[in-house]
Design a protein around this ligand. Structure first.
Ligand SMILES: C[S@@+](CC[C@H](N)C(=O)[O-])C[C@H]1O[C@@H](n2cnc3c(N)ncnc32)[C@H](O)[C@@H]1O
Length: 503
């Protein structure tokens, strides 16, 4: 609330600022949204800020004051508080992990670059973990949230058998293809030439159902994409699947979109369209080069593995069949994978309409875009397996109730479903691991509706609840909140171990 006599926030501006809530908007974004000159808005916002109605944070992001206050409330529990409680209650003092952690290096690394997955983690991180573990050759390494297969590729390169589950079809496809090291590069190249020749003769056909398709691509690009897509072999043999990965790989580069990390407009070179045929040829060339590179270390490869396109919550592997598990699950309130990969889902034929996208979103670990109906069964705050979680859910609910303008009034239900989704995966990995086997997870914390959610520590606690021993919790890096740009969050390596004597 502003002081008496303060200018009122005009209704249209209030609505725009409410939509972006604690994330904030730049003057430029507001000016586009409200069709008002930036200079006029700047002057107004400065005046409103003087009266305490709006607040500027970070690098020029405007919020309604109510959003800025949320994490300064007396009942706000800060990250440090949880760190202390964790040491006290769980007996683990947080350490530091100093090595690589993000996917960025993978975008140029052999094989990993075949399907750049912004949400992926670092191949070097996995390689380091595999080295630390000192597994004997041929051990089985599991990633229940395999994504694009970073863990699986590194496990096989290090001499182990990779097993993974992944529910997002294009990611599962990429992980399968990337772990088939024996694919003959010469045949891949010749099949790609056949696809290109066939595509050149085809007439353009219909584009996928996505509403924005005509804005995402130039008309000529769309025509070529449909010709290429129609020329791809539809079979599920390794060669056909590899060609489909190459096709999926080019969708963003030939569009006007980028992932940063969410799918959005604004590629700096969007007006210089790239030719789908050339991009496809380049993608396959890279794959062929990497396959040749892999062949040099053939004697060290582990046995062929398996990627199951299925729900990690129902992971049903033989007991004690896994020697090590390494993963990075979705983060609390994090990425909407379905939205981010809807181009791949639609163009590769995995989704025929919006209902398919919705169903897939509901099947994945809960994210902030989950439909209300899927959250409705999770609105109670008592029936959760952890005391901290109960307190946090209540806090979110109370914050949202007090400030009705929060983006969704069932935010606590989304968080609850997230942890209820994660717990069965922890339990399933526990059963699949051999006694003494470790489960290493890269996890993040979050801030939402003015409540800090220590996702990393909660994951460790849920792990302990299903029987794991918490061996270490090491902070790997700082990252910035999508909710409050000036609130530092972290990414953490959690190490859990199935007790040695447990059988
Ligand atoms: C952080 S990403 C993993 C990225 C991976 N480490 C990599 O480097 O590519 C999390 C993955 O979990 C997947 N996922 C979410 N819910 C799932 C579920 N219930 N079963 C299996 N996979 C799921 C998402 O599709 C996403 O690919």
């Amino acid at each position: 609330m502003g002081r008496p006599g303060a200018p009122l926030v005009p209704r249209s501006l209030r609505r725009a600022l409410t939509e972006t809530g604690p994330i904030g908007s730049t003057t430029h974004q507001l000016s586009v949204r409200l069709e008002t000159p930036e200079s006029e808005l700047d002057a107004l916002l400065e005046r409103l800020a003087l009266h305490g109605d709006v607040v500027r944070i970070g690098r020029g992001l405007w919020l309604l004051a109510a959003y800025a206050e949320l994490d300064r409330r007396e009942d706000f529990h800060a990250p440090e508080e949880y760190v202390e409680r964790f040491a006290h209650e769980n007996g683990v003092v947080l350490g530091r992990y100093e090595g690589p952690i993000t996917f960025s290096d993978n975008t140029v690394a052999p094989v990993h670059r075949w399907w750049p997955y912004v949400q992926g983690f670092s191949a070097d991180f996995v390689a380091g973990v595999l080295q630390d573990e000192g597994l004997s050759p041929g051990s089985t390494v599991l990633d229940p949230f395999a994504g694009s297969g970073t863990t699986l590729v590194e496990a096989r390169r290090a001499g182990h058998r990779p097993w993974g589950t992944e529910l997002l079809p294009p990611a599962a496809l990429a992980a399968r293809v990337k772990t088939r090291f024996e694919l003959p590069s010469a045949r891949l190249l010749s099949q790609a030439r056949t696809v290109l020749r066939t595509a050149a003769r085809r007439t353009p056909s219909s584009v996928p159902f996505l509403r924005e398709t005509s804005r995402q691509f130039l008309a000529a690009t769309l025509r070529d994409l449909t010709r290429l897509r129609d020329a791809l072999p539809g079979a599920t043999d390794p060669m056909s699947e590899a060609l489909r990965v190459a096709f999926g790989r080019i969708l963003i580069p030939v569009s006007r979109l980028r992932r940063s990390p969410c799918l959005g407009y604004g590629r700096p070179d969007a007006d210089q369209p790239r030719d789908p045929f050339t991009e496809f040829r380049n993608a396959v060339d890279e794959m062929a080069q990497d396959l040749d590179f892999l062949t040099q270390s053939r004697s060290r490869w582990g046995p062929a593995g398996h990627v199951w396109q299925r729900d990690a919550r129902n992971l049903d592997l033989p007991p004690s069949s896994v020697d090590l598990a390494v993963t990075s699950p979705p983060y609390v309130n994090g990425m909407d994978y379905v939205n981010n990969y809807k181009l791949d889902l639609a163009w590769l034929g995995y989704a025929k309409g919006y209902a398919d996208l919705r169903r897939l979103r509901e099947a994945l670990v809960a994210c902030d875009n989950l439909g209300r109906a899927a959250v409705r069964p999770h609105l109670g705050t008592d029936d959760v397996p952890d005391r901290w979680l109960r307190e946090i859910l209540r806090q979110i609910r109370s914050n949202v109730d007090q400030k009705r303008s929060y983006r969704r009034d069932d935010a606590h239900g989304v968080v609850k479903r997230y942890f209820l989704d994660l717990r069965p995966v922890l339990a399933a990995v526990y059963r699949a691991l051999r006694p003494g086997g470790r489960f290493r997870l890269v996890v993040g914390d979050s801030l939402l509706a003015g409540t800090y959610v220590p996702g990393d520590l909660l994951t460790a606690r849920l792990g302990a609840d299903v029987g794991f021993h918490i061996t270490a919790v090491d902070i790997a890096r700082r990252r910035w909140s999508g909710q409050r740009r000036d609130f530092p969050l972290r990414e953490t390596v959690v190490t859990l171990q199935r007790p040695v004597g447990d059988s």
